[in-house]
Ligand binder design. Sequence first.
Ligand code: AVJ
Ligand code: FE
Length: 406
Amino acid sequence: MAIAAAASALEKGEIARRLSEARARTLDLVAPLTDEQLNRVYSPLLSPLAWDLGHIANFEELWLVQRVGDREPLRGELGRLYDAIENPRVTRNELPILRGDELRAYMDGVRARTLHVLEDVDLDDPSRPLLRDGFIYEMLIAHEHQHGETMLQLLQMVEDYEPVARNDGPELEPAAGGPEMVRIEGGSYEIGHNGGGFAYDNERGRHTVSLEPFWIDRTPVTNGAFAEFVADTGAEPPRYWEPDGAGGWTRTVMGSTEKVDPQLPVIHVDHSQAEAFAGWAGKRLPTEQEWEAAATGADRERANLDQISFGCAAAGAYADGAAASGAVQMLGDVWEWTSSDFAPYPGFEPFPYPEYSEVFFGPRHKVLRGGSWATRRNVARITFRNWDLPERSQIFSGLRCVKEDT
Ligand code: AVJ
Ligand code: FE
């Protein structure tokens, strides 16, 4: 009895510590901005940052205060303004959302109540599936981490944004050379989350698929290769590229313009650009199952994740985090477009709510895999399924190609 109580007290401390680490990161990201910048609409495709901040706090209130603690919300019906489904991005700035000091007070007020509820709650209550293995707390930490990446999408467009406090991460390994492609054996592969630790509903259940042998690019497609494709076909360049006037390209993000580095993975391409590149190269995009098979064994501790460098590492870097197949940078640097529609795995059950995954299933959304330099390390895993509209390129999206084994 005493031992059990001690164990769960410790777990509560760890949950509180991780919630507070996630919040510190969120606030670091927006620390250089004025209130005017937090409220400005930079793109109709992206919410103002003040909406993200309020949404992060409101989502926490909904799950960790109202659902877990059975308490009333601090600001009544406010929650509806922060419902991502009810409020499409274009409308979010016209909403009477919280701003300035009111916003900060709400974020702090919710967090204080979350910590009170956490003190009181019985994490081992067997009648509450939300609490099993700390699920709902893991979900909320991951949610805040994921919104950090969403905020960084917008921060790419902010003139003179200077990131503060970069996370520590593994030392950069020099880019290793190697073959252009590596071979993946045909056969049976286990796909999806294996049950231990946190995963979203859409990653379950683990199931067997049968794959034909194929080849996959050892590294993500580079800017150099993509520029050749653009030169050859007249295709649209990636978002944020401009001609440099001398036949090359520059790239402008966070208000700073640099020559496009041909060694870095290409980033900010949409699905049709990715598909067109693959076709031009005589290859195709992988299915998400092929991607996952090729990623087996990739080490997220040795990857350019977690906002350690606010940009990509050269293609071939972090070779000591390679997958068993020899493919490098499967995790980190850029999200990789796949040819797969976002669809339920066999036996899918929505948990804890259908609006997380289920409402997005169908041919409108394509799956991306692997995480980017902007993805918090906690969120990155081989089974994680990101999804987005194929026309979106403000996400940190790139690609690698596959071809049949002929
Ligand atoms: C998985 C990135 C598509 O941003 O819509 C955030 C993640 N879900 N809040 C999204 C998410 C709820 C989601 N994506
Ligand atoms: Fe959200």
